[in-house]
Each structure stands twice: as structure tokens, then as C-alpha cells.
Design a protein around this ligand. Structure first.
Ligand code: CAO
Length: 454
């Protein structure tokens, strides 16, 4: 093992160059020609390759230092002598296109070290980078840097780096398509184009993913059409649904509740309900059962603050009820559901639904929800996957109850009225086992309301 001094090779530049990147750390094992430091003059950037394979013993320079030819860069422990500069076969990958200083594509063969190959304005004409081979020196234009913030290696030429600096683009975010993950100018162009597109339209069209913009055809080519502007409710619903669909990892848990006894009780109250001027539908029962389940499982009564990495636990139970109106979907919120009885809930639900359909709801009446119930039971269907009403973390979808044959303890079938439940939840806040417990609990209390009295 020998201790080698690795110095700044002959760069052909008079005076000092700034060290803009140090690509090695003490103790790191380096291959021959691996980038050691990156130097920059006001005209160009150049990588100093390692003259021999070995282990870094000591690094003598830091980013920002000014160095001249012959200055010590690092001490290297090596079993071999430094490469004497014999020409080696250029790597095939390095023959591929890479950008030159003017942003035009040149091949690495052309980007050598002779005067002809490196334009004068680069300041490195006739460069002799010491022990590195001329062909390998062609690689000098492929600067290997370390992104200071992400500690991610970025491979890009000086022109691309300069352009990225001017545009304020973070090269670590650019998808590289060049050989050895090198970022080409075209890659930077695509990245910038994408950012502009995102900024302008809020949507993304990218082969790397994102939300593709859907181009609409001219529908009138296929038949008669007319168009009308979306109203405010429709616009807001579309925006909120889309935001929730994109940000919330949704899972839906399906279950059934045996509401045979509940229906007998509900129907028995019909006359009293009429006297009160109310309609006692399954909704107040669902509200009560959900409030009970939320009390038992408070993880359903949270919101996530992903910016601050905080879980906000709520100590009140306000439940929103999705109401279908001629103008679109609105979700008025019933406050403190846990503290109200079935008649109060029936009355409030009825009044809010009427006000919603008459477009009389105040914004405050649609705020502060912890959980939502969306009932399509009066319409039909077997089950559905409701979208979480963010920043809430769960929503219960209810479909039409149907009489089904259910096996009893005597191994015969009883006709039972079964209510389909579809609980969609934000899987960041709620796990699958909790969701299954939640719907199981709902099923239990809806099949035997006495538990709600305890
Ligand atoms: N199974 C069987 N019947 C049901 C039922 C169910 N799950 N839920 C309600 N019903 C019955 C009611 O008992 C009532 O019948 P009766 O008049 O014989 O008692 C009938 O269906 C109509 O009920 P309703 O829909 O008027 O009342 P509700 O309290 O159940 O619901 C409301 C109120 C406001 C939720 C409802 O009118 C509504 O707007 N639903 C649509 C919600 C929606 O659009 N959700 C989708 C959101 S995502 O796009």
C-alpha cells in the first residue's frame, strides 16, 4: 500500500480555480477516474478524476476553496501506481450524445482535450489533467456533483448545470436519460416545461406520471349538444372530490347490519313522528350509531396535518349528511350528534335537508364536520365507494336495505332486513382492522339499539 498525493492537474488555466464540489469523503473507496473534485472558472466547469483506485485518507480542500495547478487535493492509500495517462478505450456509454457548452449535442469522442476538441472559451485548451487518460478526460465534461441539499449524486455537464443555476432548477429532481444517468439538456428542458405546465394549469401531463390532462373532442361532431356553466356547488364539489381522490389513500370496508328489529321499532314510532310533524327514517339511527362508534374509536375523529406531521384529535362529534339537491351535492353538518336524541336528530336532519334543497344553507352550517354519512338507501343500489370528505378521515355510505335469508342457530334461514354499509377511510389515519371493528360495532348497535342506552 502506498500513500499517494493527489494534486490539481495541469488545467491550462492561469491563476486559481474555485472548488465547487468535493465528491469524496475520508474512508471512501474510489475507482480509477472517479470524480474527486469539480473546479469552475468563470467560463467552464471541470471534473478532476482520481488517478488510481484506493481509499481516501485525507481531503485537503473544501467547496469554495481556490486552487491552482499542483495544489494538494487529497491523500489516497493505493495498492497501484497512479494511472500514467495511457489512452484507454472509451466507454461505449460515453460515446453517446451529451450537451456541449452551447447546449448543442456533441459526442464524447469529440469532447476530448486537444485544442480542436475543446473550444478556447472554455479555458481548458491543451488541458493536461495529469495522470488521467485523454479519453477519460473526455469525461471531464460530465461533471459529477453532489446536490448539497439532497446528498444525491447528480451527473450533468457544465452547460446543463449553468442553465439549471440560471433557472433555479434543482437538478436532483430532473429525470436523467443520458448514459450513466447523465442529465442531458433535453432532460432539463422537459423538466422546466413540466413545471411551467403545472404552474399554469394545476395539472400535469407527463410520461413519468402525474395527472394527465384530458383533451376533449368536439362532441358536436357526434350529435347535438348544448353546454352550460357549472354552478358554484358543482365546481366546488368537483374540486373537493378531485383533491380528496388525489391526496387520500382510500380503502372501503363493506359490511351489513341486520336492522330487522330497528325497522320494527322505527315503524312503531310512525304515528308519533307524524304528530311531531317529522319523518323518522333510518338516518337518525345511523347518526346515533356512528356517534357511538366514533366515541369508541376516536381514531375516526381526527384530521391529519401533513405539513406539520400532526394528528389533530377532535373532542366533539359533528356529523355531515350528504344531501342530493337539484343544484348538486351539499353536506350540512349536525353538531354534537352524541348529545341529541333520535327526535332531535330527525328534526335537524329534515330541516337541514330542506334548507339545502332551497339553497338556504349558510356556509357555517356546512363546516366543522368530523365524519360524513352518505345515504343512497332511499334510492337503491347494493354498495358503493364514497369519497372521504377531507379533512375528515372517514365516510359511511349506506345503501338500500333488503330482506335476505340469514342462517340462524337452528341451521335454517330467517328473513332478515339487511342494511349494506360501505365505510371509506383514509388509510393514513385509520388501519383496516380498525375499519372492520368500526363496521362490526355499527352492525351490532343497529341490530340491537339497547347498547346505545348503556
Ligand atoms: N334502506 C331502505 N330504505 C331506506 C333507506 C335504506 N337504507 N334509507 C332511507 N330509506 C327510506 C326511508 O325510510 C324513506 O321511506 P319511507 O318514506 O317509506 O319511510 C325513503 O327511503 C326516503 O328516505 P329519504 O331519502 O327521504 O330520507 P333519509 O333520511 O333516508 O335521507 C337524505 C335523507 C337527505 C340523506 C336523502 O334525502 C338524500 O339526499 N340522499 C342522497 C345522498 C347522496 O346523494 N349521497 C351521495 C353522495 S356521493 O355522490
Amino acid at each position: 500500500m502506498k500513500s499517494l498525493e493527489v494534486t490539481v492537474p495541469n488545467t491550462g488555466v492561469e491563476g486559481q480555480l474555485e472548488v465547487i464540489e468535493v465528491c469524496v469523503k475520508v474512508g471512501e473507496l474510489l475507482e480509477i477516474d472517479e470524480a474527486v473534485i469539480v473546479l469552475e472558472s468563470d467560463k467552464a466547469t471541470v471534473e478532476v478524476p482520481c488517478p488510481a483506485a484506493g481509499k481516501v485518507l485525507e481531503v485537503k480542500v473544501r467547496p469554495g476553496d481556490k486552487v491552482a495547478d499542483g495544489d494538494l487535493i487529497m491523500m489516497l492509500e493505493s495498492a497501484t501506481d497512479a494511472d500514467t495517462g495511457s489512452a484507454s478505450e472509451p466507454d461505449e456509454a460515453e460515446n453517446a450524445e451529451s450537451p456541449d457548452y452551447d447546449g448543442e449535442a456533441v459526442t464524447q469522442h469529440e469532447a476530448g482535450v486537444s485544442e480542436k476538441q475543446i473550444p478556447k472559451e472554455r479555458g481548458f485548451e491543451g488541458a493536461d489533467l495529469g495522470s488521467a487518460s485523454p479519453d477519460k478526460l473526455g469525461i471531464q465534461q460530465v461533471v459529477v456533483g453532489i446536490d448539497s441539499q439532497k446528498d444525491t449524486k447528480v451527473h450533468a455537464g457544465p452547460a446543463v448545470r449553468k442553465l439549471a443555476r440560471e433557472l433555479g432548477a434543482d437538478l436532483a429532481r430532473v429525470v436523467a436519460t443520458g448514459p450513466r444517468q447523465r442529465i442531458l439538456k433535453g432532460d432539463l428542458d422537459s423538466y422546466i416545461k413540466l413545471q411551467v405546465e403545472i404552474a399554469q394549469s394545476g395539472s400535469v401531463s407527463s410520461p413519468q406520471g402525474g395527472v394527465p390532462k384530458i383533451e376533449l373532442p368536439d362532441f358536436s361532431k357526434f350529435g347535438s349538444i348544448n353546454t352550460q356553466a357549472m354552478n358554484k356547488i358543482q365546481r366546488l364539489t368537483a374540486e373537493n372530490m378531485h383533491a380528496s381522490w388525489l391526496t387520500v389513500p382510500h380503502v372501503t370496508q363493506f359490511d351489513e347490519a341486520d336492522i330487522t328489529e330497528m325497522e320494527i321499532f322505527r315503524k312503531s314510532q310512525k304515528q308519533l313522528a307524524e304528530k311531531k310533524g317529522l319523518k323518522l327514517t333510518p338516518m337518525p339511527f345511523l347518526l346515533k350509531a356512528c356517534a357511538y362508534a366514533i366515541q369508541s374509536q376516536p381514531q375516526f375523529n381526527v384530521s391529519l396535518d401533513m405539513q406539520r406531521h400532526q394528528i389533530i384529535q377532535k373532542h366533539y362529534i359533528h356529523i355531515g349528511v350528504a344531501v342530493d339537491t337539484p343544484n348538486g351535492l351539499v353536506v350540512p353538518v349536525i353538531r354534537d350528534v352524541d348529545q341529541k336524541n333520535l327526535w332531535q336528530l330527525a328534526e335537524e336532519c329534515q330541516q337541514l335537508a330542506a334548507r339545502a334543497r332551497d339553497r338556504k344553507l349558510l356556509p357555517a352550517e356546512m363546516q366543522g364536520g368530523c365524519f360524513t354519512i352518505s345515504s343512497l338507501g332511499g334510492i337503491g343500489g347494493m354498495s358503493f365507494t364514497p369519497i372521504v370528505n377531507t379533512p375528515e378521515v372517514a365516510i359511511l355510505g349506506v345503501s338500500k336495505a333488503q330482506v335476505k335469508p340469514i342462517l340462524n342457530a337452528e341451521n335454517t334461514f330467517d328473513p332478515r332486513l339487511m342494511l349494506p354499509l360501505s365505510l371509506s377511510y383514509d388509510h393514513r389515519a385509520v388501519n383496516g382492522a380498525d375499519a372492520a371493528r368500526f363496521t362490526t360495532l355499527l352492525g351490532r348497535v343497529l341490530s340491537d339499539l339497547r347498547e346505545l342506552l348503556l
